[in-house]
Design a protein around this ligand. Structure first.
Ligand code: ADP
Ligand code: MG
Length: 537
């Protein structure tokens, strides 16, 4: 018997086999009919002969007499033939019967097997159907719970945002972090007149991070019992802490920036204490061209820019843009490091500071360049810094009293219908809405993404235009005094400390400054009338 081969549809194989067997059965049945017909014909013939035999004896006797012996012989041979035929016929019938019997048995056997197989297949299909239904139910359940989780996530995200800003506000508007750099080979260097002993003392470490909020300074002269002094700050970094760790504490402020707060991050400390390292990175001052391998060494300014653009990329496209200004502050004079001459070459220009009607200081002619991404920003800042190095007479890179202020101005534009605030509180929302300026974004006005200057006054729009823009500012200050503080920014002072005995006096001065800065009580930081697009949040 043929078994269905693997891979073939067992149903169709068995159906085919069944058809073959039926065909064979039909052939045999036809053969039986033929043989039965022949058999009947022979019976007829026999009867005929018997009839003939039964005819009048006289006739027979007559015939016999006539044909006597001949007839007798003929009859005998016919009877013999007839007997032979009947015998063969009987044999044929017998074998046909046994064949038919075998065939039917075989057919029954195979039908049974087929039936079992079909039953098994049907059962299998039923089981599979059940499993399939189970999976469908599970998939449906999973989809539903995913949707629920997504909704919850969205709600939690909103809550986190609100909490984040409350937290930043609670932490105070002035935060002071203190970073103690490692002892470096040049800490031991001193003038010729200094004795070997004193030189050894210079590199003795006197400033430590006692824990991540406390600086411990061993005060005292050699030979005298030292007195330990401690200073508390929001965060203290020891000499082993990476640029990553420092930036991790700065990043939350950038979220506030996009939520509508001005932010100022400035480094404070004596020369050589690590301000430029902290703000820019370990490269030569004036060269911000970082290679990828040095990415882990990047300082706050490049990292903050990357983070700002990352945060912007999460917002609806086109609703934010960023302008950069780079200025040097020296003796209350401001030098615009992005100003260009008539040939488009960058040169530093002294800019006037004016006091606005609201009593704020402003630099009306300052160059603001629009940047689309972090690398464009770094390229620009690099240009400004190069100028600082190549024109030391024009600007004052080598003066410890020269401050570098890099400002990122983030403008948000929203159409009236989407105007709202982060705060659910209705009153604040209304107040902020009133304060919003109805001005066309500069970029949309002149459709140029390169240079733009605040000297040209923005086009006032009809109130019906309902387009609003709000500016927030991130100021990053290296070698700073307190000039950057206009009074409405979240301020982070990154106090930089050299650990060596040689700088004890300066370190104490810086730590004192930091301590006083923490005690300054200022009004609540004003949140800008910040528009929120309903779908972007
Ligand atoms: P400042 O800008 O305050 O004058 P710098 O940032 O130029 O000081 O730092 C002086 C030197 O100390 C530089 O060579 C700088 O690479 C190194 N330096 C400062 N801080 C660190 C630090 N945390 N780890 C390693 N080297 C540092
Ligand atoms: Mg420096």
């Amino acid at each position: 018997m043929m078994w269905p081969r693997r891979g073939l549809d067992p149903g169709s194989v068995w159906a085919q086999r069944l058809r073959q067997l039926e065909q064979r059965l039909r052939t045999k049945e036809e053969r039986i009919v033929v043989l039965e017909t022949e058999n009947a014909a022979l019976h007829l013939k026999l009867a005929e002969y018997q009839g003939l035999a039964g005819r009048g004896t006289s006739e027979i006797l007559q015939l016999y007499a006539v044909h006597g012996q001949q007839l007798k012989l003929q009859r005998r041979s016919v009877v013999t033939q007839l007997h032979g035929a009947i015998k063969r016929l009987k044999q044929d019938l017998k074998s046909l019967h046994s064949f038919a019997l075998e065939l039917s048995k075989d057919f029954q056997r195979q039908s049974k097997i087929c039936l079992y197989q079909v039953l098994a297949a049907v059962q299998g299909i039923q089981l599979q159907n059940e499993a399939m239904q189970m999976f469908q139910i599970k998939a449906f359940d999973l989809e539903q719970s995913l949707q629920e989780v997504t909704e919850r996530y969205e709600k939690e995200k909103q809550k986190r945002k609100a909490l984040h800003n409350s937290l930043i506000e609670l932490r105070g508007n002035i935060r002071v972090h203190c970073r103690i750099r490692p002892l470096l080979p040049f800490d031991a260097a001193a003038g010729h007149s200094v004795s070997q002993d004193r030189r050894r003392n210079f590199s003795e470490k006197v400033a430590y991070a006692a824990d991540d909020e406390t600086v411990l300074v061993k005060c005292g002269r050699p030979g005298h019992a030292s007195v330990n002094k401690t200073f508390q700050f929001e965060r203290v970094y020891n000499d082993l802490e990476s640029q990553d760790a420092v930036f991790a504490d700065v990043a939350p402020l950038l979220t506030s920036l996009l939520d509508g707060y001005n932010v100022c991050i400035m480094a404070y400390g004596q020369t050589g204490s690590g301000k430029t390292y902290t703000m820019l990175g370990p490269q030569l001052e004036g060269n911000l061209a970082f290679s990828i391998e040095e990415e882990s060494e990047l300082g706050i300014i490049p990292r903050a820019t990357q983070e700002v653009f990352r945060l912007i990329s999460e917002k609806p496209p086109g609703s934010y843009w960023v302008e950069v200004s780079v200025v040097e502050v020296y003796n209350n004079e401001i030098f615009d490091l992005l100003a260009k001459d008539s040939y488009g070459k960058v040169f530093g220009v002294k800019r006037d500071v004016v006091t606005t009607k609201e009593g704020k200081s402003d630099v009306p002619l300052l160059t603001h360049e629009t940047v689309e991404n972090a690398s464009e920003f770094l390229h620009l800042v690099n240009k400004g810094l190069q100028l600082r190095v190549t024109h030391p007479t024009l600007v004052h890179a080598h003066s410890s009293r020269s401050h570098l202020v890099v400002t990122l101005t983030i403008t948000t534009v929203v159409f009236g219908d989407n105007f709202g605030t982060l705060w659910e509180d209705e009153q604040t929302s209304q107040r902020l809405n009133k304060e919003a300026s109805c001005t066309f974004p500069q970029k949309m006005r002149d459709n140029k993404s390169t240079s733009s200057s605040r000297a040209s006054s923005p086009v006032q729009l009809e109130a019906t235009e309902k387009m609003k823009q709000v500016k927030t500012r991130l100021q990053l200050v290296d070698l700073a005094g307190s000039e950057c503080v206009g009074g409405d920014a979240k301020l982070l002072v990154m106090l930089c400390i050299s650990p060596g005995q040689k700088y004890l006096t300066e370190s104490m001065q810086s730590l004192g400054f930091g301590t006083r800065a923490r005690q300054v009580q200022r009004g609540q930081v004003k949140k800008k009338n910040f528009p929120v697009s309903s779908k972007g949040k």
